[in-house]
Design a binder for this molecule. Structure first.
Ligand code: GDP
Ligand code: MG
Length: 435
């Protein structure tokens, strides 16, 4: 264990930049996480390569370990890939026309109603249009939803979908409706007839937005579907449904990357209110599957505030860093959870045997107990502790004299080492001690 600690300290001491080895090791885990989240293999390969170039030689962030720095950079990168374009609907014409397209069962009809509800709640006059004439139940479904929301539904029998859509625009204009949401038919698979119908409809009504509704549960296949719809009909954005299910959301990253269209909303349940704005950083966390670690990184970043930093700096300069300060640092570590629980959250460190990490936790508790058994004077100047006091401290902390000696020796060595360093480096080590 001591060797491990010494090694870790050496690493932190000498290393202010991310090395290739660090980058590769973390990337191996990230790659696995992305594949597990069902991100397209080629996308994973590309991102891996780009990240590698970005990571190596990057400065390790002040309050973070190399591992945390890397995960933080990757999270930011994924967030950017997912959402570097505006994901809001910019309503700039009247009527503003939205066409929802997608394969059968993806959630088009439900999403039409959800979107209508959202826009109505913002004071818009919405008109729903039922253009899925192939399944009688589909028109009924939209009518039921419309009734529930008190939003009119335009439909027409024995008319081609393209013509229904076109007529609905006239109805909207005549009835003061400023947003038109068109529900369209889907097939079990993408087929040419469906595409042709959508192309004709698009040409007829010239919608402001053509949004592809994608079931996030279908995984890899989503990429092909999105590609086909974009090539044939042309889409302006995407809505991912069923994000409440346990899909990790890799399809969002793949599609954003391959098709390049913005994700506008996500569906998060069967209820009509279950439509959310798309937050790229949240989805990036979800795809990484490292929510806990990202929380940890946030915590670590906020761990040492500036005032405290200045005080520590002063102390280090004057050689006044005491066992009490040491204890405070340890407490901070413990506030973040036990070392065991922290390590458990970090996939890359799973290799460390749990026995070792438990030992680490026990060691931390032991050190805390020992320091707490000292008097104030002793904590300020450990050199006054004599043999009899050592025995008392050992007894008071439920340890033995050997442990007390070991701690004092470690503290002495740490102090010596810090004297030899410039203050910034020393501070860096302090902050990273526990991590
Ligand atoms: P369409 O064939 O594309 O019009 O799909 P529907 O709107 O009829 O939806 C198909 C099924 O998916 C229905 O049972 C919906 O309740 C369900 N659904 C749609 N969106 C969501 C969602 O975000 N979460 C969940 N859990 N179910 C959804
Ligand atoms: Mg439908």
């Amino acid at each position: 264990l001591e060797a491990k600690l010494a090694n870790a300290l050496k690493k932190i001491k000498g290393q202010a930049l991310i090395t290739e080895q660090d980058a590769l090791e973390v990337l191996k885990n990230i790659k696995f996480a992305l594949l597990e989240a069902d991100v397209n293999y080629k996308v994973v390969k590309d991102i891996e390569q780009e990240l590698k170039d970005k990571l190596i030689g990057k400065q390790i962030e002040k309050n973070l370990t190399p591992f945390q720095t890397i995960v933080d950079i990757i999270h930011k990168e994924l967030t950017q890939i997912l959402g570097d374009e505006s994901s809001n609907l910019i309503i700039n014409s009247k009527p503003f026309v939205v066409m929802l397209v997608g394969i059968q069962g993806s959630g088009k009809t439900t999403t039409c109603a959800k979107l209508a509800r959202l826009l109505k709640s913002k004071g818009r006059q919405v008109l729903l249009v039922a253009c899925d004439i192939y399944r009688p139940a589909a028109v009924k479904q939209l009518q039921t939803l419309g009734k529930q929301l008190d939003i009119p539904v335009f439909s027409k029998e024995n008319t081609k979908p393209q013509d229904i859509a076109l007529e609905s625009l006239q109805y909207a204009k005549a009835n003061g409706r400023d947003i038109v949401i068109v529900d369209t038919a889907g097939r079990l698979q993408v087929d040419t007839q469906l595409m042709q119908e959508l192309v004709e409809m698009k040409e007829a009504i010239k919608p402001n937005e053509v949004l592809l509704v994608v079931d996030s549960m279908i995984g890899q296949e989503a990429v092909n579907i999105a590609k086909k719809f974009d090539e044939n009909v042309g889409i302006s954005g995407l809505i991912f449904t069923k994000m409440d299910a346990d899909a990790r959301g890799g399809a969002l990253l793949s599609i954003k990357r391959i098709v390049g269209k913005p994700i506008k909303f996500i569906g998060v349940g069967e209820k009509i209110s279950d439509l959310e704005q798309f937050y790229p950083d949240r989805i990036a966390s979800r795809i990484l599957g490292m929510g806990d670690i990202l929380t940890l990184i946030e915590q670590a970043k906020n761990q040492i505030d500036e005032k405290e930093q200045k005080q520590l700096q002063k102390k280090l300069k004057k050689n006044q860093f005491t066992l009490d300060d040491f204890l405070n640092q340890l407490k901070k570590i413990q506030k973040m959870g036990s070392i065991t629980s922290i390590i458990k959250m970090i996939p890359g460190l799973n290799k460390i045997k749990m026995a070792d990490t438990n030992e680490f936790d026990i060691e931390l508790k032991r050190i805390t107990a020992i320091i707490q058994s000292m008097t104030k004077k002793e904590k300020e100047n450990y050199k006054i502790i004599d043999a009899s006091r050592k025995r008392r401290i050992a007894k008071g902390s439920g340890t033995d004299v050997q442990s007390v000696n070991k701690l004092l020796k470690q503290f002495e060595e740490m102090n010596k080492m810090m004297k030899g360093l410039d203050k910034n480096k020393a501070l860096h080590i302090m902050k990273n001690l526990g991590r």
